[in-house]
Write a protein that binds this ligand. Structure first.
Ligand code: ME8
Length: 519
């Protein structure tokens, strides 16, 4: 299939503030998108995965000041740390956007002009509370003990400001939610969004006049755009919008927009499920198809915070336990959409249980027996499979549609659970069939049992490629599955593992983590 004839799938991560170095929260959001993006590519989609950095606003300006460098130098260097994450955590993003790029400033200004020309942005003055840490405005009634509801300190701001007529969009947003029941996931979060909008919307201040580090408001040098209007626009900038501008790309825009999924953390859902659709409605642009809000990680039961200094460094975790092991843990340990806790014990438990014991041992045992007992030649699939063979194969063949359904609703943990159920079935099958004992009594049946198991391992390895690309590659190499036979079109009964080829001496793919356990 050419990329033209494939269905497209455009998904985005939030763009990260460059006031901080990348931590587990950033890695988590991008990993979830990477898992889904790789899954969709193997499932025949033309995928575009966008990530990047959010470089304007008071928070970043202040961080640069604290570091004693210009905002531009500061953002250049911190943005690079986020870009480097792509290589070090094996992310497959197709684009990386920085809000300080010319293509992005042009898109922000085009959107601004469109909103202003349609009468949705007007000049007024703002007086109220602002929390720089959240880059958000709060009313007096929202404050808790003089702080933002998020715990961020607030300051009183009084300045001229442009306003977006958000209140005008209340009913239209509610009607849109009604007509699009899958717009926000999980459902509980969608209900929160609906209640927030039903509770009444105030017009939104969309410019700041008291600092300069932002996209200039067209025709008014005193103002820069509110950082969230700037930031949200990144999703459409990257598609080549506006198509008639200097950076326009009509074909790309028509292909990619609207986005299929904006993945965000629960803290920034409101910006994506309320403000962003309202801006787009006001500009008469199509709305994204879905926004999914994931939960937050704590560290050994404690909230992760700068003051506690307990941020988890994803690179250190990958170094210690292995990259694929970390990727697996983050997607499997916590039901996606819920909050979760990181602990060393849980990490080691997953790594040694699910990976080393369940999947790693299965593959190593089966391939070692093929290597030793079959002269390293992959045996043929049984011509007359037994009831046990059929049941196991049927379970593996049925995986793809079930896993796909979960992936499409961001049930990543559930998708993995389904795969691991088949791995457990295979482990039970190998114990019951005992091919090591058949070696002397019935070598022909031993060969059949190993062929059935090798086929299960092939299907599982193909399915786990999106999450553990390096390990899956090793497994498929060891099985002798050629590179162009590793897509989802090759599983579910469409083909079987070829036989008759010679395999190399297998090496374990998922080592046990021993040292730390002993401690
Ligand atoms: O919010 N657990 O950027 P950001 C899970 N620039 N996720 C976490 C987390 C944790 N402990 N801590 C942070 C911004 N995150 C804006 C986005 S998009 C147009 C603009 C997640 O760098 C958080 O939920 O503060 C959010 O989705 C992401 O990290 C980016 O945070």
């Amino acid at each position: 299939m050419t990329s033209q004839s494939k269905p497209k799938y455009y998904l985005t991560t939030p763009i990260y503030y460059v006031n901080d170095k990348p931590h587990i929260g950033h890695a988590y959001t991008t990993l979830a998108c990477d898992f889904l993006a790789r899954f969709k590519r193997l499932d025949g989609f033309d995928v575009c995965l966008l990530t990047g950095t959010d470089e304007h606003g008071q928070k970043v300006e202040k961080a640069a000041l604290d570091a004693g460098v210009s905002p531009q130098d500061f953002t250049d260097s911190v943005s690079q740390n986020f870009r480097d994450l792509t290589g070090s955590l094996n992310f497959s993003n197709d684009d990386f956007i920085r809000t300080t790029e010319s293509r992005h400033k042009a898109a922000c200004q085009a959107l601004w002009n469109l909103l202003r020309d349609r009468g949705h942005i007007t000049l007024g003055s703002y007086s109220g509370w602002y929390a720089t840490r959240d880059e958000a405005f709060y009313t007096e009634s929202e404050l808790v003990d003089g702080m933002a509801p998020t715990g961020a300190p607030v300051e009183w701001v009084e300045e001229p400001s442009y306003f977006f007529n958000l209140s005008h969009w209340q009913d239209k947003l509610l009607a849109f939610y009604e007509a699009h029941p899958d717009f926000v996931g999980p459902d509980s979060r969608f209900n929160e969004v609906k209640s927030f909008v039903a509770g009444g919307l105030r017009d939104l201040s969309v410019s700041r006049a008291s600092f300069k580090w932002g996209v200039p408001v067209p025709n008014d040098d005193d103002h820069v755009m509110y950082v969230w209007l700037d930031a949200l626009t990144n999703y459409i900038t990257a598609t080549g919008w506006p198509v008639d501008g200097n950076f326009g790309d009509a074909e790309k825009y028509a292909h990619l927009w609207p986005a299929d999924l904006h993945m965000v953390g629960k803290d920034i859902l409101r910006f994506h499920a309320v403000y962003w659709p309202a801006f787009l409605m006001a500009a008469d642009l199509p709305l994204p198809k879905r926004v999914f809000a994931h939960g937050w990680w704590t560290n050994e039961g404690q909230k992760i915070s700068k003051s506690l200094g307990n941020a988890i460094d994803p690179l250190a975790l990958a170094d210690q336990y292995g990259l694929d092991q970390m990727r697996y843990f983050l997607m499997r340990e916590v039901p996606f959409g819920k909050d979760g806790d990181y602990s060393t014990q849980a990490m080691i438990h997953r790594m040694n249980g699910d990976l080393a014991n369940d999947l790693g041992n299965l593959s190593q045992r089966v391939l070692s027996m093929v290597f030793k007992n079959c002269d390293g030649v992959m045996p043929a699939f049984p011509e007359r499979p037994t009831a046990e063979d059929k049941a196991l194969i049927a379970a593996a063949d049925a995986l793809l549609p079930a896993v796909r359904e979960q992936m499409d609703r961001q049930g990543f943990h559930e998708a993995l659970r389904l795969i691991w159920q088949v791995i457990a079935d295979a482990n039970r099958y190998v114990d019951a069939a005992a091919p090591w004992a058949l070696k002397k009594t019935d070598p022909a049946r031993m060969a059949e049992v190993l062929a059935v198991l090798a086929e299960i391992i092939r299907q599982v390895a193909i399915l786990v490629q999106p999450l553990m690309p390096d390990s899956a590659e090793k497994m498929l190499d060891q099985l002798g599955v050629v590179a162009d036979q590793r897509s989802f079109a090759q599983i579910g009964g469409a083909t079987r593992l070829a036989s008759g080829h010679v395999i190399a001496k297998p090496e374990p793919v998922f080592p046990r983590y021993v040292e730390e356990e002993a401690v």
